[in-house]
Write a protein that binds this ligand. Structure first.
Ligand code: HPA
Length: 252
């Protein structure tokens, strides 16, 4: 039996399921969420860095965990791939779970030939051909800024720890595979350092809802040089990004 209880809250056989795509109960998710694309990366972060960790949602295997990092309650959960997917999860976290801050932690392909594998980028702006912001919120334009204070905190912690960090615009592409020659003209016009697929929608949702959002990326591919991290390198490669995101989340 399925009863509508209130907006997006359903009572199913006496069990509450909050929000359509996340099955955590209210209070199970911390105000700060780290958000990798891959559910197994969320699990890795939860098991390696958090204590008193609980699995709070596994709807569609999009795993969310909540635990403690050096005394601060933090959640980590997956966004899936692309603007539509992160658009759903970030919206529900912000509106149904009172989340204040989402820090996406992902990988990107480098357009800029000064970038090297393993480099870290703190995304100042997402540039996209995506219709997400216009369709969802009537926001015109193809550039979306990071939102709130998380970006500055990531810069501050990186400076304290003497960790090299690039800052700049990223191309949030809607496609991974394409038959088009060369890089996106829009991305070139805005001097994008590289390409990923999610930050534009995350920043648009945060802007609409007046929340905080940042995106920290590890360079996993050099597109012109046709080099990429091996699967074995990937796990180790992402550790500095995870540590920086956790330290920033703790300090926020
Ligand atoms: N394209 C889009 N997203 C990515 C890439 C890429 O080449 N590499 C890592 N994330």
């Amino acid at each position: 039996m399925f009863y509508r209880k209130s907006k997006n809250t359903y009572l199913v056989d006496e069990v509450f399921y909050m929000s359509i795509h996340i099955s955590a109960t209210p209070g199970d998710i911390a105000p700060i969420v780290l958000m990798p694309g891959d559910p197994l990366r969320a699990k890795y972060i939860a098991s390696h860095f958090l204590s008193d960790t609980r699995l709070v949602s596994e709807t569609r295997n999009c795993l969310f965990f909540t635990g403690s990092f050096q005394g601060k309650s933090i959640s980590v959960g997956a966004s899936g791939m692309g603007c539509p997917s992160i658009g759903i999860y970030s919206y529900e976290l912000y509106t149904e779970y009172q989340v204040d801050t989402i820090i996406r932690i992902g990988t990107c392909g480098a357009y800029d030939t000064n970038l090297k594998l393993f480099d870290l980028i703190n995304v100042s702006q997402a540039v996209s051909e995506s219709s997400f912001a216009l369709t969802a919120w009537g926001m015109e334009g193809s550039v979306m800024d990071h939102q709130g204070k998380a970006f500055d905190m990531i810069n501050e912690i990186a400076a304290q720890k003497k960790r090299d960090l690039h800052r700049g615009a990223i191309h949030s592409s809607d496609v991974f595979y394409s038959n088009q020659e060369g890089f996106s003209p829009l991305a070139m016009q805005h001097n994008c350092l590289g390409v990923e697929m999610e930050s534009f929608a995350l920043f648009a949702n945060a802007k609409q809802l007046r929340k905080n959002a940042a995106c920290l990326l590890t360079v996993s591919d050099l597109i012109l040089a046709k080099q990429k991290l091996s699967p074995e390198q990937r796990e180790k490669a992402l550790l500095p990004m995870m540590e920086l995101a956790l330290d920033a989340a703790r300090a926020l």
